[in-house]
Design a protein around this ligand. Structure first.
Ligand code: DLZ
Length: 217
């Protein structure tokens, strides 16, 4: 039996991720730990009902790159959703216009049925983004500067965009601390994969944000 009082309590209501679209943006520094965290995140998202086709995984070199990447992924998904909506309307040929769409693989063969590529295009922006990085303290001040900057910047991205950005950046003082937080501990206990918690936080915050945006409380 666990003796710790740490950790998140379960969400007060049942979570349903089936209508959500989620992006994972991860760095590639300390890849062993990153890979385990991303795997834990993806499997818990799926367990919460998020469809595999609605999970996008993008990578960047290091944690310092995460805030800009998250910001661009969010804005790009709005562009993508807008383009899909416009193209679908074009595909329906409502106004009788024969102007071909640039997004169609077969622009001249448009009929009332949208082309397959267009039908497969995501039509909704991301409901949440999970930023995953692993910072491990070294001999210099790099760790302090990057941890501080990235934490503030990720908060800014979520407040500026209104899209939940889940803070999946481990700031570990040792390799062992990082491994334990990815369920890869070398000691008696393997620890706990924090990616699972981040996935739950993403589904909960995405659901809340949608509801709150509609004025429902
Ligand atoms: C440079 C650096 C160092 C020293 N340590 C880490 C780390 O532990 N985790 C991490 O994600 N990234 C590290 N980086 C790379 C920076 O985040 C960044 O990618 C580079 O400084 C280029 O902007």
């Amino acid at each position: 039996m666990s003796t710790t009082i740490k950790g998140p309590a379960p969400a007060p209501t049942q979570l349903d991720g089936s209508g959500l679209r989620v992006a994972i943006v991860h760095s590639r520094w300390n890849k062993t730990v990153i890979d385990a965290l991303v795997a834990g995140t993806v499997s818990t998202l799926k367990a919460q009902g998020v469809k595999e086709s609605n999970i996008a995984v993008q990578s960047v070199p290091g944690s310092f790159e995460l805030p800009l990447a998250c910001s661009k992924v969010i804005s790009g998904s709005h562009v993508q959703a807008g383009a899909t909506a416009t193209d679908l309307l074009g595909g329906l040929n409502l106004g009788g216009s024969s102007t071909p769409s640039l997004m169609s693989p077969h622009p001249t063969s448009r009929t009332a049925t949208p082309a397959p590529m267009v039908a497969a295009m995501p039509h909704q922006p991301f409901d949440a983004v999970i930023a995953i990085g692993v910072l491990i303290k070294g001999a210099t001040m790099h760790f302090e500067y990057i941890s501080e900057t990235v934490s503030h910047a990720l908060m800014r991205v979520q407040l500026d965009t209104g899209v939940p950005v889940i803070f999946g950046v481990l700031t570990a003082l040792t390799d062992d601390q990082a491994l334990e937080r990815a369920g890869l501990g070398r000691g008696e206990s393997k620890g706990h994969n924090h990616g699972e918690d981040w996935a739950l936080a993403a589904v909960e915050m995405a659901s809340h944000t949608r509801r709150w945006s509609e004025g429902k409380f």
